[in-house]
Write a protein that binds this ligand. Structure first.
Ligand code: GDP
Length: 453
């Protein structure tokens, strides 16, 4: 039997309230030893989903006046009896209540242990559990919406449908294996082939959407590049001023060259610090320029800022031709053009006439970025999009196994060989939602949660 765990669910520090979570078979016993409700009769009725005012006491001392939320198994987050103790915000009070729960038989929860129990008790699958981590770390409205839609189970359903489809393939193969080879009809082979093709198309569809999903979750690695003085810093500052949630500090990121993140049109741009591009004799400057060229290679989006009344330089032409599919050209300072002077537009890339100073072009830039991310598709928040690297890589492997299976069918391989590939595909798709997963994978996933979650 599982033991009973406790943890603070709120961040440490001084705040108006702290919440402690207690979950497990002993939760009720522990709470009854420490909590004295003001309305004893109501408490005794054991009504589920109630908030109860009272005092928390231990060793005959009142520790705090608290509100205790009661969520009984199986209708709680973890699927076990859960009590949430809302106490006053001082860390000292919360710590004393935590200590009390420990003394009365609870154990301090590991990071993510509440969510792990929810998973083990069938309240969540892995896709939903990972959506919780994403929801907590969301930095734009769009990524939060994506995580919420995954949490609500739409994506899990799509994955389960795939799993069903693959199980049906296996059932079909197993049924055929029971007959001697010469009795297996050529018709069966054709039927199986078309069924595998159908499942492959579904997997492909999900994989296509995952490109958008991944960008919505992680943002676009973006470089702002251009000659000195074209207005790069002015543009960056304007974008930073525009947005409501500025994030400069990204904990846990390995992309240490990222200086700033900014949300444009709901899409997170992870901006890589870059120098201007121009020929230079200064060594330090040259190193900076070399870094810029390298950054352009790895960037997912390039904002090339050029000046409206200047012809394009060789470097600018070069960037455009080498990276046309990911460049947005910002033709800045159109306010400086004479009345009858027209913006000279480069041939490649998306081009936006712009003036940072007169605030012209920002909406077009938002549109251009959104078009780039959604690739012309209208994706609603409710669409099941994969965004998590672990899940995507499992789906890719599933796709490869199915392709291998298809090849074996077309080459006339025996049915028991086919079943190996299809079984492999089943294993990969099952690991996405957490059917048949190993304990080490669970530990890896849930240890990324914070304590109390
Ligand atoms: P950077 O070297 O590319 O980062 O360029 P800055 O952002 O420092 O801008 C260089 C100069 O151009 C500054 O004096 C800005 O005020 C000016 N500037 C930036 N954007 C515009 C614009 O849209 N119109 C005009 N007229 N000046 C601009």
């Amino acid at each position: 039997m599982e033991d009973t765990i406790v943890a603070m669910a709120t961040a440490k520090g001084e705040t108006s309230i702290h919440i402690l979570r207690l979950s497990g078979p002993e939760a009720e016993k522990i709470i009854n030893e420490c909590f004295v409700p003001r309305n004893i009769e109501r408490w005794a009725r054991q009504e589920n989903f109630t908030l109860n005012l009272g005092v928390f006491r231990d060793e005959n001392r009142v520790l705090d006046e608290v509100l205790v939320g009661r969520m009984l198994a199986p209708f709680s987050f973890t699927g076990e009896d859960v009590y949430e103790i809302n106490c006053h915000g001082g860390i000292f009070v919360a710590q004393r209540i935590l200590q009390s729960c420990l003394r009365h038989g609870a154990r301090l929860a590991e990071p993510g242990e509440f969510s792990k129990r929810a998973f083990l008790n069938g309240k969540l699958d892995l896709v939903q559990a990972e959506a919780i981590i994403d929801l907590i770390s969301s930095r734009t409205e769009t990524s939060a919406n994506l995580a919420l839609s995954q949490l609500s189970g739409g994506l899990s359903k799509a994955i389960l449908n795939l799993r069903e489809g693959i199980l049906e393939l296996l059932a079909f193969i197993e049924a055929s294996i029971d007959f001697p080879e010469d009795e297996v009809d050529e018709l069966d082979r054709k039927t199986l082939e078309s069924r595998v093709l159908k499942v492959l198309a579904d997997v492909q569809h999900l994989l296509e959407g995952s490109k958008t999903g991944k960008i919505l979750r992680d943002g676009l690695l973006t470089v702002i590049v251009g000659r000195p003085n074209v207005g790069k810093s002015s543009l960056l500052n304007a974008l930073l001023r525009e947005e409501r949630a500025i994030v400069t500090d990204i904990p846990g990121t390995t992309r240490d060259e990222i200086r700033e993140s900014v949300s444009v049109g709901g899409i997170l741009l992870q901006l890589v610090d870059t120098a201007g591009i121009c020929e230079s004799n200064d060594l330090v400057e040259r190193l900076g320029i070399e870094r810029t060229w390298k950054a352009l290679e790895t960037a997912e989006l390039i904002l090339l800022v050029v000046q409206a009344n200047h012809p394009l330089t060789e470097d600018e032409h070069h960037i455009l031709s080498a990276h046309s599919e990911k460049v947005i050209v910002i033709i800045n300072k159109i306010d400086l053009l004479e009345k009858d002077q027209h913006v000279s537009l480069p041939e490649a890339g998306i081009r936006i006439p712009f003036s940072v100073i007169q605030h012209i072009g920002f909406e077009d830039l938002e549109m251009a970025i959104r078009t780039r991310v959604y690739q012309g598709e209208v994706v609603g928040a409710a669409d099941p999009l994969l965004s998590n690297v672990r899940q995507i890589s499992h789906l890719e492997r599933c796709f490869t196994s199915l392709e291998q299976g298809l090849l074996s069918i077309q080459q006339g391989m025996p049915w028991d060989i086919l079943s190996i590939d299809i079984r492999q595909a089943l294993q990969y798709v099952s690991e996405i939602t957490g059917h048949n997963v190993q304990e080490s994978l669970l530990e890896d996933i849930f240890s990324r949660f914070c304590i109390g979650k």
